[in-house]
Design a binder for this molecule. Structure first.
Ligand code: GAR
Length: 195
């Protein structure tokens, strides 16, 4: 069994989750052991099955009652990664994984964050704002939407004629380039500075 065991939570397409499956395949210390999803028909489940990653589908009651935490514990999960996950994570899960629940947001927080700000809604809001740049934010998860400590941000230009879809494509490219690597560094750095 490898030392660090990641569970990924995702709700939809799962292109970021798939980058994690690929990035950590064959890694000496870190492996993705589980994909948890709150939607039974989400395409991310198919991506996980194709990558031979174990999947679990859960509902809100299981999430808030502690059943999902039990699944994490049974699988000896050490870190939780949110990759396009829609629900607020309950406090008993963030408490069980201090500094070990990580999210990506497809904009430069604190702008364009909070409840309901998800995927294309974020890019539409960026377009409507007239901002000349956007980017990604990778942050620790606490009990508020999009408010935990920021680990990493990087930017991209929003050009005059960019549609929300164009913005999404630029942001996704940044996500793929950075998210698995930033999580890898976060896990290994925390380990090297402990005790
Ligand atoms: C990603 O862009 C991620 O940053 C965003 O959802 C997308 C999921 O795409 N997350 C949020 O908006 C969280 N508030 P994917 O399913 O193809 O990885």
């Amino acid at each position: 069994m490898k030392k660090f065991r990641i569970a990924i939570f995702a709700s939809g397409n799962g292109t970021n989750a798939e980058r994690f499956f690929t990035h950590f395949r064959g890694h000496p210390q870190i492996e993705v052991v589980l994909l948890l999803c709150n939607k039974a028909n989400a395409f991310v489940l198919e991506r996980a099955r194709n990558a031979n990653i174990k999947t679990e589908v859960f509902d809100k009651a299981q999430f808030v009652s502690g059943e999902v935490l039990k699944i994490l514990e049974e699988n000896s999960v050490t870190h939780v990664v949110l990759a396009g996950f829609l629900w607020l994570v309950p406090g008993h899960i963030t408490a069980a994984f201090p500094n070990r629940v990580i999210n990506i947001h497809p904009a430069l927080l604190p702008k364009f964050g909070g409840k309901g700000m998800y995927g294309s809604k974020v890019h539409e809001a960026v377009k409507d704002s007239g901002d000349k740049e956007t980017g990604i934010t990778i942050h620790l998860v606490n009990e508020q939407y999009d408010e935990g400590k920021v680990i990493f941000q990087t930017r991209t230009n929003v050009d005059e004629g960019d549609s929300p879809e164009d913005i999404a494509a630029k942001v996704h490219a940044l996500e793929y380039e950075h998210y698995p690597k930033v999580v890898e560094n976060w896990i290994l750095k925390a380990e090297s500075t402990r005790g």
